[in-house]
Write a protein that binds this ligand. Structure first.
Ligand SMILES: C[S@@+](CC[C@H](N)C(=O)[O-])C[C@H]1O[C@@H](n2cnc3c(N)ncnc32)[C@H](O)[C@@H]1O
Length: 338
C-alpha cells in the first residue's frame, strides 16, 4: 500500500523521501532520519548553555510533566524564562514541547490513564483483520504504540504517524521502531489538511489532540475524509468540566496561559459535542470520566483502579471510538465496554 498525495514541502518529508529517492513515497523500514540529521539538529542548539534542556535531570522532567498536567506553571522548564507562544513558534519551542511530551515526562500521566487506554485500544489490538492502515494524528512521542503495536506485530499493518513537530516525529519513529513496526510513514503536516488520500485508513488514532488544534470541526472533517467507510476513530481527550464548578472556573482562567506554555492547548473545550456532531451519521461510543488520584471515576459511578497521581485541571476526560458508517473492524470496543 502506498501513501500518495502526501506533503513534499516539509523538511521531514523531504528527508524521508531523500532516503528512498529511487522509490519516492514508499514506506520505509528502520529509523526515519539518518543519524547525521540528528547531529545536525544538535548543532542547532542555542549558544546559551543555560537554554539547553536538561533531559537527564529527573526534577526537570517532573516539572515538565506537571506543566502540561496542571496548567499552573508558566516558566519555561528548559531555561527558566517565559515560554514562547505557539504563534512565535520556532525550533526552540518545538524542542521544548518535544521534551515536555517525551515518554519520560508523560510517564505519570500515562500511568494514570493506562487502564482506560488498554480498554480503548484493546479492540484495535485484538482485531483479526490484517494489513490495517492506522493513521495516528498528532502522534507526539507515540505513547499509544505500546497499546496496539506489540499485539499487531506480524499482521502487516502500515502506520502513518502525523505531527507538525519534527522533533516529536523523531521520537515517535524510535518508539515505533523499538516495537518492531515494519511499515512506518512519518508525515510532518497539519492534521487539518494531511494530504492523505480519501478513504485511506482503517483506523485513525488521536489522543490529546483536539484540545490544541485551531478548528476541531476542520480536523474532524479531515478524519472523516481519510477514514474508510466503516473505519474507526479512536480518541482520548481532556475536556471542560461542567459549567459553574470551581474546576471549570480554574480551567477558564488558566486556559490562556496553558495555550502559551503547552502548544496551544485549551483546558475548557466541549470536545465530545464536536465529535458527536462530526459522526452524527455514524456511531459514537464514548465514556466520560475523571482521573483522580488512585482511581478513574466514570460519570455512571463505575470506577477503575489507576496507578497514577490524578490529573488536576485535566481530570475530566472522554475516550471512545467513532465509526464512520457500519463497523468494518471485526472486533470492536463494544466488547470492552465499561
Ligand atoms: C498534547 S500532544 C499529544 C501527543 C500524543 N498524542 C499524546 O497522547 O501524548 C499534541 C500533539 O499534537 C500535535 N499537533 C497539535 N496541533 C497539530 C496540528 N495542527 N497539526 C499537526 N500536529 C499537531 C503536537 O505537535 C503534539 O505532538
Amino acid at each position: 500500500m502506498e501513501v500518495r498525495g502526501t506533503r513534499t514541502t516539509t523538511r521531514t518529508w523531504r528527508r524521508a523521501r531523500g532516503r528512498t529517492a529511487d522509490r519516492p513515497n514508499r514506506k520505509r523500514r528502520g529509523p526515519p532520519f539518518p543519524s547525521r540529521a540528528r547531529r545536525r539538529h544538535d548543532d542547532d542548539a542555542p549558544a546559551d548553555p543555560g537554554h539547553t534542556p536538561d533531559v537527564a535531570n529527573n526534577n526537570t522532567k517532573r516539572r515538565r510533566s506537571m506543566l502540561l498536567g496542571s496548567g499552573l506553571a508558566f516558566t519555561c522548564p528548559c531555561c527558566g524564562s517565559g515560554g514562547r507562544s505557539e504563534r512565535t513558534g520556532g525550533r526552540l519551542y518545538d524542542r521544548y514541547l518535544a521534551s515536555a511530551l517525551s515518554q519520560d515526562a508523560m510517564a505519570s500521566y500515562e500511568k494514570s490513564i493506562e487502564p482506560m487506554k488498554r480498554r480503548l485500544f484493546g479492540g484495535l489490538a485484538g482485531s483479526p483483520n490484517e494489513e490495517l492502515t492506522i493513521v495516528e494524528l498528532g502522534v507526539g512521542a507515540a505513547p499509544n504504540a505500546r497499546y496496539y503495536c506489540d499485539a499487531r506485530r506480524g499482521k502487516g499493518d502500515c502506520i502513518v504517524a502525523v505531527d507538525k513537530n519534527q522533533e516529536l516525529l523523531n521520537s515517535a519513529a524510535s518508539e515505533f521502531d523499538s516495537r518492531g513496526v515494519e511499515k512506518l510513514e512519518l508525515l510532518e503536516a497539519d492534521v487539518a489538511d494531511t494530504g492523505l488520500p480519501s478513504a485511506f485508513a482503517d483506523a485513525v488514532v488521536g489522543t490529546l489532540l483536539l484540545c490544541s488544534v485551531r478548528s476541531q470541526d476542520q480536523v474532524l472533517r479531515e478524519i472523516r475524509r481519510i477514514l474508510k467507510p466503516g473505519g474507526k476513530y479512536y480518541f482520548v481527550e481532556h475536556v471542560a468540566a461542567p459549567s459553574g464548578t470551581p474546576l471549570r472556573t480554574a480551567q477558564d482562567l488558566l486556559s490562556p496561559l496553558q495555550r502559551v506554555v503547552a502548544g496551544g492547548c485549551n483546558l475548557n473545550r466541549n470536545t465530545e459535542v464536536s465529535i458527536a456532531a462530526a459522526f452524527e451519521d455514524g456511531d459514537v461510543t464514548s465514556y466520560r470520566y475523571d482521573v483522580l488520584p488512585g482511581e478513574i471515576l466514570f460519570d455512571n459511578g463505575f470506577s477503575l483502579k489507576s496507578e497514577g497521581d490524578g490529573l488536576g485541571l485535566l481530570a475530566p476526560h472522554i475516550s471512545g471510538e467513532a465509526t464512520a458508517g457500519r463497523c468494518v473492524l471485526t472486533r470492536c470496543l463494544a466488547e470492552a465496554k465499561v
